[in-house]
Design a protein around this ligand. Structure first.
Ligand SMILES: Nc1ncnc2c1ncn2[C@@H]1O[C@H](COP(=O)(O)OP(=O)(O)OP(=O)(O)O)[C@@H](O)[C@H]1O
Ligand SMILES: [Mg+2]
Length: 256
């Protein structure tokens, strides 16, 4: 079982987009048992991104030791399991996120056949973000291809090194492929991390958020969905499932 945090220094770079799509692809195309946990308790979006927002019991209740773990686990149609955080402001009161690690240890015992636990972390270096990093073994970093955002990744790597975590690599998201962006090799030189995938800035991702259908479900054969599938292939060390040509053709007419 692998416990992976998805982190960034700057917010809004695409962590939740990655976690939701990666979880769906790992479960539905790679047949892996996956639990996604929304560790961004102040601005929890993971359930919303996955079209799941009716969850009476959440991670907040587990941290407060008011519920059993199984009560906070919801299954997405893809097969991926989700532990959401509460959308209600009052559920943040007095929440001690240092308990996250012991909750994850319990999840590991109770769901011992799980292949991947993926933590959607808060951005930055505050207590909330650090709680996620303290609870995992490996890290995927997400950045945009701009110098200040990449510099923030270097700080994240320092923290991960202090915690003795394994670095899986970096997703460079929202690429526009113009002259104002850092190149992949520049980003690799600055961060000393391998870039495991690059995803372009694409309107379909905004559309998928609006429709609350992740792009890997709405357009499973699109270029962007295949980029998420490539990250899953990297993680599992398996070949990317081949899309049938007809699927690719009909994929052009998917949902939106
Ligand atoms: N490749 C992309 N192309 C276009 N829009 C994108 C792309 N990736 C993410 N977005 C959009 O950017 C916004 C921020 O993405 P997301 O919420 O995944 O970032 P985040 O790192 O999780 O943010 P936070 O740090 O606040 O948790 C969302 O509106 C999302 O739909
Ligand atoms: Mg997020």
């Amino acid at each position: 079982m692998r416990v992976i945090s998805v982190v960034s220094g700057k917010g809004g770079v695409g962590k939740t987009t990655l976690v939701s799509n990666l979880g769906i692809v790992l479960a539905s195309r790679y047949n892996k048992k996956v639990i996604l946990i929304d560790c961004n308790i102040t601005t929890p979006h993971l359930g919303l991104y996955m079209g799941m927002h009716n969850h009476p019991i959440t991670l907040n209740d587990l941290v407060k030791e008011e519920s059993d773990i199984s009560e906070a686990v919801y299954t997405h149609p893809s097969g991926a399991k989700l532990i959401p955080s509460s959308l209600s402001l009052k559920d943040l009161d007095g929440l001690d996120m240092t308990k996250l690690k012991s909750i994850i240890d319990r999840i590991k015992k109770e769901y011992s056949d799980t292949d991947f636990i993926i933590l959607d972390c808060a951005p930055g270096f505050g207590r909330e973000a650090i709680a996620g990093m303290r609870s995992c073994d490996e890290v995927i970093y997400v950045t945009t291809p701009y110098f200040p955002v990449v510099v923030d990744i270097v700080k994240c790597v320092r923290i991960a090194d202090d915690l003795d975590l394994k670095n899986i690599g970096l997703l460079v998201n929202m690429k526009k492929n113009n002259n104002h962006e850092l190149t992949t090799s520049e980003i690799e030189n600055i961060t000393e991390l391998p870039v495991i995938a690059s995803v372009s800035l694409h309107n379909d991702i905004f559309k998928s958020l609006h429709n609350r259908i992740p792009i890997s479900i709405a357009k499973p054969y699109s270029k962007i969905s295949r980029q998420f599938s490539g990250i899953a292939a990297h993680l599992t060390d398996e070949e990317m499932p081949k899309d049938k040509i007809l699927n690719r053709f009909f994929g052009l007419f998917d949902r939106y």
